[in-house]
Design a protein around this ligand. Structure first.
Ligand code: CAA
Length: 430
């Protein structure tokens, strides 16, 4: 057996996907009016329409748990089939305790499930996916599946240039050897790492610091490098791809990314269609979540996959190229082919209905929810709220430096809690 044949027997990728869309959004035209800028700067210049805003009973943990819960429930995946849970996030709620362990409890996973978080700016989700793919291809997985969950709040200072690109959301993916949605290339790694200060968030801050225009250059440099590497490894050209997906801090960035590749590949002369047509065909269907929810950091590339699955006329075997970028910086270009269960998923990811069922909030509420976001990082914050059918997992606050959650397990009656004394005592005795 040649080395190539040996590796060709391994497959891994995404067999189920779900997205969590927060209930509240703030309209960017309203923000533009309040900030005294032309609304076209936000809606055309950046391509943003709405930003998702967390309510006081949501946080990165509840968003992740809701995405994971939907994934397991909607696909009737029994928790004992999951042997590996990895969370990609740059919105950690604790410097020590991983979000994955909260999710382990809220999703009712088995004790022998490996759980951990990865931090690597927006690239953390792709890094998480890579480790999950490797595990599912290893004998240690013993037929069990991996769960990859990404969750983030993109949060900048009021009135800063990055404010219109804020957002929040989470994605969950089931990863295994039989990827009905997206079969990923497991043999090529086009990765690029370069130390740089384009965007960062010191541990003592809620909001990120951005060297805005420079960050665009860093992103495009990383794309140029990884695109070139992957092209060299695989021989794939732009015209081979049915769709190209990009990390999308704001939709216009995907336009800039496509523009770079279009030019690198020789433009109209070698590609045969205009840049506008190419963008419309290959990129536009993947931008819906970014337009409607804002920057989702680690979830950005997976929200692009979800948008594509929801809105594009995908066919089994379509070739998809994906660029993942994390400031700081780490990046990767990866490709995959659409799996044989795509017809079941098209239009059924839940994204459309979640977007439709949201509520717009006023500027006053936007500012209030921001204040709550800042407060709820501090000891003593508490909201008295019971889980409901529409919000079965809620964040209650912090007491004695412990995060408190109330949640209802799928299909079971009663409310369980995390971080509250009686629940801990129960756990010790179970
Ligand atoms: N009508 C139409 N377009 C208009 C306009 C109008 N009236 N006014 C301005 N514009 C256009 C501008 O021409 C510009 O478009 P081009 O870039 O195509 O020229 C666009 O609107 C934005 O205008 P500015 O560049 O003047 O905007 P700005 O300087 O106020 O802020 C930004 C833009 C730097 C991207 C800022 O939003 C920011 O800092 N964002 C966060 C950083 C970021 O997302 N970086 C991306 C790469 S890093 C990464 O990807 C990691 C991550 O997730 C953060």
């Amino acid at each position: 057996m040649t080395l190539k044949d040996k590796y060709n027997q391994y497959t891994s990728g995404i067999s189920a996907i779900s997205i969590f869309v927060p209930e509240h959004y703030f309209q960017l035209e309203e923000l533009a009016a309040i900030r005294g800028v032309e609304e076209e700067k936000f809606t055309v210049g950046l391509g943003c329409r709405k930003m998702s805003v967390l309510s006081p009973i949501e946080d990165p943990v509840t968003m992740a748990a809701m995405a994971g819960r939907d994934l397991l429930e909607n696909n009737q995946i029994s928790p004992d089939r999951i042997g590996y849970l990895v969370v990609g996030t740059e919105s950690a709620v604790d410097e020590s305790k991983p979000i994955a362990v909260y999710l382990h409890e809220m999703l009712g996973l088995e004790d022998n499930c490996r759980c951990f978080d990865i931090k690597n700016a927006c690239y953390a989700g792709t890094a998480a996916l890579r480790t999950a793919m490797a595990w599912t291809m290893s004998p240690a997985s013993k037929g069990r599946l991996a769960l990859v969950i990404t969750t983030d709040v993109a949060y900048y200072d009021l009135g800063s240039p990055a404010e219109p690109t804020q957002g929040a959301g989470a994605c969950a993916m089931l990863v295994g050897p039989d990827p009905g949605i997206l079969n990923l290339d497991v043999t090529n790694e086009a990765v690029y790492t370069r130390e740089t200060m384009d965007f960062w968030r010191p541990s003592y801050r809620n909001s990120a610091i951005v060297n805005g225009h420079y960050s665009l250059e860093c992103y495009l440099e990383a794309l140029r490098k990884t695109w070139g590497m992957y092209r060299e490894m695989t021989g794939y050209r732009m015209s081979d791809y049915d769709y190209l997906l990009f990390h999308t801090p704001f939709p216009k960035m995907a336009w800039k990314a496509h523009n770079l590749i279009y030019k690198l590949e020789g433009g109209m002369k070698s590609i045969g269609i205009s840049e506008e047509e190419s963008f419309k065909l290959k990129v536009l269907p993947s931008l819906k979540a970014a337009e409607e929810m804002g920057n989702l950091y680690t979830s950005s590339i997976f929200a692009a996959i979800t948008s594509l699955v929801e809105f594009a006329p995908l066919k089994t075997g379509n070739l998809i190229g994906m660029f993942s970028y994390g400031s700081g910086s780490s990046s990767e270009f990866i490709s995959g082919t659409i799996g044989n269960e795509i017809s079941r998923w098209s239009g059924s990811t839940g994204l459309s209905s979640m977007l439709e069922n949201r509520t717009g909030i006023s500027y006053d509420d936007y500012v209030l929810y921001r204040a709550a976001y800042e407060q709820r990082m501090k000891d003593g914050y508490f909201v008295n709220h019971e889980p409901t059918t529409s919000s079965p997992i809620v964040y209650l606050g912090i007491r004695n430096h412990k995060r408190l959650y109330a949640y209802a397990l799928p299909g079971k009656s009663g409310v369980k809690t995390i971080g509250i004394q009686s629940s801990q005592e129960n756990k010790l005795h179970r």
